[in-house]
Ligand binder design. Structure first.
Ligand code: ADP
Ligand code: ZN
Length: 608
């Protein structure tokens, strides 16, 4: 990314250096120069010179006496002694003399030492810290000390890295919505003639890694206009008031360069609902208010288009999303099967592929992954090819890297005892067999029992032939049964249970809960929502919206539902005990089994 940084230092910096030189001169050089001209003598000489009336002027302090001879050619110095008649004798000798009150002679020096030097030290530390902070932030936030947000403000223009719509695969709906903006930037007259004004702000909403930043860059790239970018979290920093001044700076620069695109990533960092809590984040609210003011301040047709991205749209302040501000919302969802295939192809443009690489299969295997993960999968595959000393990427590379990206690398020296390996084989086959025996469940694509760096001991890749939009109640129940299949196999074969099922338990519970509280799949509750989803794109946390009594009921129903499916899984496995043994044995020996091998062994035996 090309960052344009202003190299100018605040003026104060130069003043500081000049001041420092002057002070050094005063403190060190001048006394040395003076020192060299002063001759130190004993008190007797002083008394003699008084007696001889060879004295010009005298300066007495508590510690020393400075005096000159009659013609003022030399300065002498001596110590102070008890000498009550000194003043009379001096007067008699015709000398001019003064007593200097202690400290007076060095007042100027004292001011320097006690006020200006510490001040300079503080400024020095400030400069050092600001440099450090700037470095830590990758040179992104030039801290504005002294200049206070004007002289050395950050320049927010960034390169779009040549990204165009053709680089963003899938996301056709989002592209369509944004193409209008591009058209407007190319040809604003067409719109003003009719009296239409462009939305000032567009909100790109979707899970992380789905290409929101890419889309914003692509809009600027297509329209060939400058691209201003800042992340919401950059606004809110340690120095109060900086956020608002950064917003002002950003918009001032943008208006100068209009038409242009302003992109605010992670807008939720500043745009959270203002709830008026005590101890709320004042800094954030000021920044948000400044942003709202700026957005209201410019007319619809001045050519500054603001794009913002967030993955928590529900947490945004309603003031931001009302018409006239971010009035258009562009969903950027996880890619579907076709989208995944296209994204893989876009990223595979730059790598050498072996013949017969089938991206459709890879896309099917990588269900639920985001664009960023798919880009990562392609790159991992290329790295794997290099490790193997090949010049091209094979299907196997791509398949393995799906597992790497989702489950982590193979643990090369993980120690899994023989009996553990057996348990894991049965556990994984348990899942797969239950899935395969239930007509509506997806068949497995591949199972491995190689420990992964993510901590998983085995890995089952299920394949959905199509992306499904709707799931029936039965399909959901079958899914729960499949989750419990691993534990069920352990129970049937070994008569004991292990910790290996913790993730399965979590998943099964989540699904069962959702069926009862959100999907209305329980007769008693009918179509009443017991839970709401707080965060659609990040993990999908939920909060209960029912009474405590109902909560108890829900818990009971969840347990009953999972239990029922667990029993079902057990009975499936018991009925197919022979196939279970054969499959588990195969997996135990080979450590990996593909979907075809699985179905072959299953059909080879007695089917029930
Ligand atoms: P977001 O801003 O939504 O978190 P980014 O735009 O930063 O995601 O995407 C991260 C990376 O993922 C991109 O650099 C790109 O390599 C890849 N990527 C994501 N979505 C797509 C897509 N639709 N087409 C091609 N590449 C994508
Ligand atoms: Zn499991």
């Amino acid at each position: 990314m090309e960052e344009v940084k202003s190299p100018k230092k605040p003026l104060l910096y130069y003043y500081g250096i000049v001041l420092l030189v002057i002070i050094l001169f005063n403190i060190i050089i001048q006394p040395i120069l003076l020192q060299s001209q002063i001759i130190e003598v004993d008190y007797g000489t002083f008394m003699e010179m008084i007696a001889e009336e060879n004295i010009g002027s005298v300066e007495v302090t508590d510690e020393r006496i400075l005096f000159t001879d009659k013609d003022n050619t030399t300065i002498y110095k001596t110590g102070v002694m008890y000498d009550p008649t000194l003043t009379e004798r001096l007067y008699a000798s015709g000398a001019t003399f003064t007593k200097v009150i202690e400290g007076n002679s060095s007042t100027v020096l004292n001011v320097f030492l006690s006020y200006i030097v510490p001040l300079l030290i503080f400024i020095g530390i400030g400069q050092y810290m600001s440099k450090k902070i700037t470095e830590q932030a990758g040179g992104r936030n030039a801290l504005q000390f002294g200049g206070m947000g004007k002289s050395n403000a950050k320049v927010y223009v960034q390169s779009t890295e040549g990204i165009h719509f053709s680089d963003v695969a899938g996301e056709d709906e989002a592209k369509e919505s944004l193409a209008e903006i591009v058209d407007y930037l190319h040809n604003p007259d067409k719109y003003t003639e009719v009296g239409a004004s462009m939305p000032k702000g567009l909100l790109l909403v979707g899970p992380p890694g789905t290409g929101k930043t890419m889309l914003a860059k692509a809009v600027a790239g297509e329209a060939e206009v400058p691209f201003f970018s800042i992340s919401g979290s950059e606004f809110v920093e340690m120095f109060v008031g900086m956020g608002a001044s950064k917003v002002r700076d950003l918009f001032r620069q943008a208006k100068e360069k209009a038409p242009c695109i302003v992109f605010i990533d992670e807008i939720d960092a500043i745009g959270k609902k203002r709830d008026g809590q005590i101890g709320g984040n004042d800094e954030r609210e000021q920044t948000l208010n400044q942003l709202l003011t700026e957005m209201d301040g410019f007319e619809g047709n001045n050519g500054v288009i603001i794009l913002a991205a967030t993955n928590r749209p529900e947490s945004l302040d309603p003031a931001l999303t009302r018409p006239g501000r971010f009035d258009r919302r562009v969903p950027v969802e996880l890619p579907d099967l076709k989208g995944r295939e296209e994204i893989l192809k876009v990223h595979a443009r730059n790598i050498k592929l072996a013949d017969g690489v089938d991206f459709h299969t890879i896309a099917r295997m990588a269900s639920g992954t985001s664009g960023a993960e798919l880009a990562n999968i392609v790159n991992e595959a290329a790295l794997r090819a290099v490790r193997d000393g090949r010049k091209y990427v094979t299907q196997a590379d791509l398949e393995e890297s799906i597992e790497v990206v989702i489950a982590g690398y193979q643990k090369k020296n993980a120690i899994m005892s023989d009996s553990e390996k057996k348990v894991v084989s049965y556990h994984e086959i348990g899942h797969a067999l239950v899935a395969a025996m239930q007509t509506n469940s997806a068949p497995v694509q591949k199972i491995t029992i190689i420990p992964r760096t993510s901590g998983a001991l085995g890995y089952t890749m299920q394949v959905e032939t199509n992306d499904k939009c709707l799931l029936t109640k039965e399909e959901l129940e079958n899914k729960i049964a499949t989750y419990t299949g691993g534990r069920a196999a352990e129970e049937i074969v070994f008569g004991q249970i292990t910790t290996g099922a913790s993730n399965d338990i979590e998943q099964a519970t989540k699904l069962a809960r959702a069926m009862i509280t959100r999907y209305g799949m329980n007769e008693e509750f009918d179509m009443v929502a017991m839970e709401t989803v707080n965060n659609q794109y990040l993990g999908g946390d939920t909060s209960l919206t029912c009474s405590a009594d109902t909560q108890k009921e829900i818990d009971k129903k969840v347990v009953a539902l999972v239990k029922e499916q667990h029993e079902k899984a057990k009975s499936i496995l018991q009925k197919n005990r022979e196939a279970l043994d054969r499959l588990a044995q195969f997996l135990y020996e080979k450590e990996t089994i593909t979907g075809e091998e699985f179905m072959g062994i299953l059909k080879g035996g007695t089917l029930q």
